[in-house]
Design a protein around this ligand. Structure first.
Ligand SMILES: [Zn+2]
Length: 78
């Protein structure tokens, strides 16, 4: 039976903890970026016919008021 040196176990545990920490951070930021990207992709662009303002609203919105002049614009389907 082989007994490992006293030092290797704490070092191994420390290495695993560091790797686990990095793995967790990577996973966390990857998830967060993907969620943000999804929100951006679900937005649609409106164009105000009164003041020429361009603005975005969530996908599925048919009529959105212009943030500059308040004119309700209908989403144009191409
Ligand atoms: Zn406007």
């Amino acid at each position: 039976m082989v007994t490992p040196p006293d030092v290797s176990i704490p070092v191994l545990l420390y290495g695993l903890a560091v790797l686990g920490g990095f793995g967790f951070l990577w996973f966390y930021y990857d998830r967060r970026d993907r969620t943000r990207y999804d929100v951006e992709r679900r937005k649609i662009t409106f164009h105000c016919i009164r003041c020429d303002e361009l603005y975005t609203e969530r996908k599925g919105t048919e009529i959105a008021p212009c943030p500059r002049c308040g004119h309700a614009n209908v989403h144009l389907k191409f």
